[in-house]
Design a protein around this ligand. Structure first.
Ligand code: ATP
Length: 396
């Protein structure tokens, strides 16, 4: 994108090439530290605040925590890469039905705009306080045997999936990435994929650029590939240069997959039919370890593994089942039962979709303030309880 075009869209100068600004002193464009946020951007922030306040049907965490005081203290701030409060809130302002409504354009945003991020993080992640620290990584390698099949008869669970996100160290998140960054990152991870020789994980990388619509649609329909044109990500300025640098790696059976440069730099996924959570976790652990041996990832002292959306910080783990619970899901208290079990309910085609044929996506909600294994166990114990309730309802 030309500098002029960037300025027109963002009302501010373009960020420098992130890796150049971090690792070298080449003559890339640098935003002066004391440069004020453009008046036009501040006006848009104020408009956004007013729009949220006026929207009685908006229940996002953004609306709740973007108070007048927070706006006034943050609207003049910028990160070193040039990200401002508008970059953080614009998706939630455009999409009043957002659950969270904010994204971090770069890692520094979590600190620069902490007056907004901290209360959102605390509320989303079961009360994770600003002085709390994410525990050390424990993927649960020695404990996969403690997660036997949740549904050995195959009566309730269609499939199980566990994913985690990773950000390549030295690169910011989507809104601050250049086209050159996307291509460089894709090249780096392709090289890693080419070196995966472990039998179960070995596979191929399929770039989105050049993939036929037919294959892409089928992969999305079968729950393997990310959707295109996500309005929440688009409004967050996260889809620039699409489909450049985006793609999917998967093994032959499509049980081990890696999404490249969708919402996060990497989404590492293990999935299979049925309810064998231990097997799915075991494969994910193998995959994560294989990839991280070859690429350094961004980890924050307090917030754990860094991601674009604050809902994914910490472990970044979402462990889910696609499950049919016709009796209890018809009850009005189904959602509050799931809330009590710290579970999140989604539709069958992922976030912001509806259930189809009585199948729900049920997963752990919190990802921060607990270990990876504990996040998976939260889903495991909760779903086990829901199946017990369903069985009781069947015999009542
Ligand atoms: N247990 C599961 N079995 C099969 N497919 C699943 C399962 N869980 C999620 N999926 C599929 O994965 C795809 C992505 O889902 P979705 O976007 O909700 O979650 P995500 O990848 O965890 O990311 P995010 O939370 O950022 O949206 C969708 O097609 C969804 O149906």
């Amino acid at each position: 994108m030309l500098r002029e075009e960037y300025e027109r869209l963002h009302c501010c100068p373009p960020p420098p090439h992130p890796s150049a600004s971090i690792h070298s002193s080449t003559n890339t464009y640098q935003i002066p530290k004391d440069m004020a946020v453009d008046a036009e951007v501040i006006a848009k922030i104020d408009d956004g605040y007013n729009k949220l306040q006026a929207a009685s049907d908006c229940h996002s965490l953004l609306k709740k925590h973007l108070t007048r005081d927070v706006v006034d203290s943050l609207k003049d701030r910028k990160t070193k890469l040039g990200a401002n409060l508008l970059d953080v809130i614009q998706s939630g302002v455009a999409n009043l039905d957002s659950g969270v409504g904010v994204y971090a354009p770069d890692a520094e945003s979590y600190t620069t705009f902490k007056e907004l991020f901290d209360p959102i993080i605390e509320e989303y992640h079961n009360g994770f306080k600003p002085d709390q620290v994410q525990p050390a990584t424990d993927l649960g390698e020695s404990k996969v045997g403690e997660l036997p099949d949740l549904d050995p008869e195959g009566k309730y669970i269609n499939s199980t999936r566990i994913r985690c996100g990773r950000s390549l160290a030295g690169f910011p998140f989507n809104p601050c990435l250049t086209e050159e960054n996307y291509l460089e990152m894709e090249k780096t991870v392709r090289n890693i994929f080419d070196h995966i020789k472990e039998g179960e994980l070995e596979g191929n990388y399929y770039p989105l650029d050049g993939m036929t619509k037919e294959i892409q649609t089928q992969l999305i329909k079968d729950h393997f590939l990310f959707k295109e044109g996500d309005r929440f990500l688009q409004a967050a300025n996260a889809c620039r240069f699409w489909p450049k640098g985006r793609g999917i790696f998967h093994n032959k059976d499509k049980t081990f997959l890696v999404w490249v440069n969708e919402e996060d730099h990497l989404r590492i996924i293990s999935m299979q039919n049925g309810g064998n959570v231990g097997q799915v976790l075991g494969r994910l652990i193998k995959g994560v370890k294989t990839i991280q041996e070859q690429a350094p990832f961004s980890r924050h002292e307090r917030l754990g593994w860094l991601t674009f959306c604050p809902s994914n910080l910490g472990t970044t783990v979402r462990a889910s089942v696609h499950i049919r619970l016709p009796k209890i899901s018809a009850r009005p208290e189904f959602k509050s039962i799931c809330d009590g079990l710290k579970l999140q309910i989604r539709g069958i085609h992922g976030e912001h979709s509806e259930s189809e044929g009585g199948v729900y996506d049920i997963s752990n909600k919190a990802r921060l303030g607990l270990t990876e294994y504990e996040a998976v166990k939260q889903m495991y114990d909760g779903v086990k309880h829901l199946i017990d309730l369903e069985k009781k309802a069947e015999t009542a």
